[in-house]
Design a protein around this ligand. Structure first.
Ligand SMILES: Nc1ncnc2c1ncn2[C@@H]1O[C@H](COP(=O)(O)OP(=O)(O)OP(=O)(O)O)[C@@H](O)[C@H]1O
Length: 130
């Protein structure tokens, strides 16, 4: 076997390409999905609030994980919506189930993020006002 033709352990060109395509997917979702834009803006303000309220780094990491999960799930939801639209051009009950279940998954993640955010922020905000 020709060893030179073997692909390297890490190809920087391929790595750069995959980052480029991933950023295109994120940009497309930002342009087309209102919920995605809302999640990103909320994430930004949560980060600012965490700095102002001096939330400990471990709790900030937990916030980052739940917010990242919501944003990632929104991207998967967008991919699924496009996949369904590519395959199904007419009304189909199965298409409805796929889209509704994917939207439901985003909703569950978003509710979890709100719950975690409330657990972290509400006691601190109450401490300021009470
Ligand atoms: N081909 C289809 N067959 C049956 N129901 C569909 C179909 N396409 C969409 N639907 C229903 O319409 C809803 C909205 O679908 P749509 O593709 O507009 O997504 P959306 O949730 O509005 O996404 P977006 O965030 O892009 O606005 C779906 O959740 C589903 O219930």
């Amino acid at each position: 076997m020709d060893l030179k033709s073997k692909s390297p352990f890490v190809s920087w060109t391929r790595l750069k390409k995959s980052f480029y395509y991933a950023s295109k997917g994120i940009y497309h979702t930002w342009r087309s999905e209102q919920n995605f834009r809302i999640h990103i803006v909320v994430a930004f303000f949560v980060f600012i609030a965490a700095q102002i309220l001096q939330v400990p780094i471990v709790e900030q990491a937990i916030l980052a994980v739940v917010i990242g999960a919501v944003i990632g799930m929104e991207l998967i939801n967008t991919a699924l919506e496009h996949m369904v639209d590519l395959v199904v051009q007419t009304y189909d009950e199965r298409a409805k189930i796929i889209k509704d279940a994917a939207a439901g998954a985003v909703f569950v993640f978003a509710l979890t993020a709100v719950l975690v955010g409330s657990m972290i922020f509400i006691p601190r905000v109450l401490e300021i006002f009470l």
